[in-house]
Design a protein around this ligand. Structure first.
Ligand code: 7RM
Length: 656
């Protein structure tokens, strides 16, 4: 975040009461009701979650232990048997919701499709049977590399139905990134499409899968299922590749949901951390189901006749929790959009809201800032009166963007829920409940009932009101990640050892800086580790550095974030070259392209700076703090006495 954003957040004191029309119909109607709920959950978390689990989910068998906590390893509802696909589909079929729209899909260019709960159930059962026929069973990992089409959700729900954990890889990731994830997850099958639409162009997804699987480097993958979406010609490997529509034809639409143990793995989702290799975040069945169900119900306040739209991609946790599982578990109508705003269609989001009468809209601050630039005339020319609730996620929202969203999109009648959470937390942790908690622009406000959030110092002691510190969570919650796939030690080190246990209480370390004001409102300031948040996407600096040094011209690379008006942060890479290579514009472009090839377009550095050397400490550590100041064009402040060669700094400054 830029200095000016931090400044404006620090001096923000406007307070917006929930509109009374909203509160009257809301699930949680007042601040008192929220506070009672919060205190009840705090006093007896296990009873709080167990009561909700009984009321809100279907169980094949009841659990015997609500929480088994062997820090940092938690088991929720141990002994219970349930199935999230059953909770998202089957249980709605015996109600009037059977013929209600479950999924509205708005595709590109101009395609659309609506699936009722009965239709979605049938497609999911058929696809589950296809997976079974190909030998996929309980515990087999399935890779999903898809555009934003209904088949992505169908594949996820089919996997969950038969107990095959899915690992969805964002369609914008490169073949190399896909390969790493398939290898780490030991995927047995991959579901993909021939291509996907991305801003008026076709992304050749199947070609990328072919590259990822080339030369048998992912020996575990036996079959590839391909949805026909863009119909360009692709290679189909005999014996390995099959068309979705061929196999789906004539298959039974009956496939009973497998009773899963509460703690059976539901999915792996890879996310960037401060070291090179992305972590496989593991979520399990019952706790994740309950947590995404309750947060969807109370935060988005979805009512039965609402159309709810979350603009995330299913390749990210937001898509998992708040396009697919949370809304469907609640029997809601969820909208999925394949398109993205682009110069040829800058008003497309507002068209979708008008066309489908969207009531609840959930997007990212970076998108809002891009819309501000495109101009008010675009939303003003559409009928957005169906909207009643707005949400944001992914990064801090600056008060200016919050106010614009409130005024221009929400017509000053819609509450805004600024939701703080992470891939690791499974669901939303700090957020307004829209009918109950007054909002302050730029603050995610207060913790969800059952979440004991705190701002602490590195010894685990709470800091005083308005003082900066580290965001931490004190008690386990049902949606928390269970481990890093294949690396429980890394799980412990990354999240539970930065802050030592206090009075035997373990604290979850989120990796974010924050402060809590005198009203108990949280203000999340951004990452405190080597993770850069670019347009709401997490990228590890080491990940981008590894990609750069894999190019023959690069000797050394250091990557930092630099404040960006729209993206929040942009990537700046400082690069030293191998002996015979000379700095040039061409080489800069080539290196940018190389990073895109290694990771994906989201990791493309905005700027590359060549230099003779990088600023290092005497023990050889790159001093990123200095590079961050240089990248932002600021004076290099603070202690530089540990710098090994002070002339490096002057040269870097001159070179800028
Ligand atoms: C859901 C998601 C997580 C990181 C997190 C924060 C940042 C997310 C907010 C936010 C301030 C918010 N998962 N973050 N939401 N910062 N206010 N409302 O984004 O795993 O991809 O990223 O995103 O830094 O640690 S994520």
């Amino acid at each position: 975040m830029s200095e000016s954003t931090i400044e404006s957040i620090l001096h923000e004191n406007r307070l917006f009461q929930p509109p009374s029309a909203f509160s009257q119909q809301a699930r949680i109607k007042s601040l008192e009701e929220y506070e009672q709920l919060y205190e009840r959950a705090k006093a007896d978390p296990q009873k709080f979650w167990a009561d909700l689990a009984t009321q809100e989910l279907h169980w094949f068998e009841k659990w015997h232990t609500v929480l088994d906590w062997q820090p940092p390893f938690a088991k929720w509802f141990d002994g219970g048997k349930t199935n999230i696909s059953y909770n998202c589909l089957d249980r709605h079929l015996t109600t009037w919701r059977r013929n209600k729209a479950a999924l509205i899909w708005e595709g590109e260019p101009g395609d659309s499709r609506t699936l009722t709960y009965a239709q979605l159930h049938r497609e999911v059962c058929q696809f589950a049977n296809v997976l079974k026929q190909l030998g996929v069973g309980k515990g087999d990992v399935v890779g999903i590399y898809m555009p934003m089409i209904p088949e992505a959700a169908i594949a996820m729900l089919a996997c969950a139905r038969i107990g095959a954990p899915h690992t969805v890889v964002f369609g914008g990731f490169s073949a190399e990134a896909l390969r790493d994830r398939l290898i780490d997850g030991k995927a047995k099958l991959v579901v993909t499409a021939d291509g996907g639409w991305r801003k008026d162009a076709i992304v050749p997804l199947k070609d990328q899968v072919d590259k990822a699987l080339a030369e048998g480097v992912v020996p575990t993958v036996e079959n590839v299922l391909v949805v026909q979406r863009t119909a360009q010609s692709i290679h189909m490997e005999p014996g390995r590749d099959h068309w979705w529509h061929d196999l789906q034809k004539g298959v039974s639409g009956n496939c009973p949901a497998e009773p899963m143990d509460s703690e059976d793995m539901l999915f792996i989702l890879y996310t960037s951390g401060s070291t090179g290799k992305p972590k496989g975040v593991v979520h399990t069945t019952a706790g994740y189901n309950l947590y995404t169900h309750m947060t969807t119900k109370w935060i988005f306040d979805i009512q039965d006749n609402d159309v709810y739209w979350c603009t995330a991609d299913v390749g990210w946790i937001t898509g998992h929790s708040y396009i697919v599982y949370g809304p469907l578990s609640n029997g809601a109508t969820t909208l999925m959009y394949e398109g993205a705003p682009r110069p040829s269609n800058p008003g497309c989001f507002w068209d979708v809201i008008e066309k489908h009468g969207v009531n609840i809209f959930y997007t990212a601050p970076t998108a809002i800032r891009a819309f501000i630039k495109m101009g008010e005339h675009l939303p003003n020319a559409r009928d957005l009166s169906s909207l009643r609730l707005l949400g944001t996620v992914g990064e801090p929202i600056n008060p200016e963007a919050w106010m614009w969203y409130y005024r221009v999109i929400g017509g000053e009648r819609c509450p805004i829920v600024d939701t703080w959470w992470q891939t690791e937390t499974g669901g939303i942790m700090i957020t307004p409940l829209p009918g109950a908690i007054p909002t302050k622009p730029g603050s995610a406000t207060r913790p969800f009932p059952g979440i004991l959030a705190e701002v602490v110092d590195l010894d685990g002691n709470p800091v005083s009101a308005d003082e900066g510190g580290y965001l931490a969570v004190k008690h386990p919650w049902p949606g928390m990640m269970r481990t890093v796939y294949g690396d429980p030690d890394r799980f412990r080190r990354t999240y539970w050892e930065h802050i030592p246990p206090r009075d035997g209480q373990y604290l979850y370390f989120a990796g974010d800086g924050a402060r809590c004001d005198a009203d108990g409102y949280f203000w999340v300031m951004g990452r405190v580790d080597d993770v850069i948040n670019v347009a709401g996407h997490r990228l590890g600096t080491m990940e981008v550095e590894s990609a750069l040094v894999s190019h023959p011209a690069v000797a050394e690379a250091a990557v930092v974030g630099k404040p960006d008006e729209v993206k929040g942060n942009d990537i700046v890479a400082f690069v030293t070259l191998e002996g015979s290579f000379k700095p040039s514009e061409e080489l800069k472009n080539e290196l940018k392209k190389h990073v895109v090839q290694e990771i994906g377009a989201i990791a493309r550095p905005g700027e590359i700076r060549f230099s003779d050397a990088l600023p290092k400490t005497r023990s050889g550590k790159i001093m990123r703090r200095l590079l961050r100041s240089l990248a932002a064009g600021e004076e290099v402040a603070g202690d530089t006495s540990t710098l090994e060669d002070r002339s490096v700094l002057d040269k870097l400054r001159e070179g800028a």
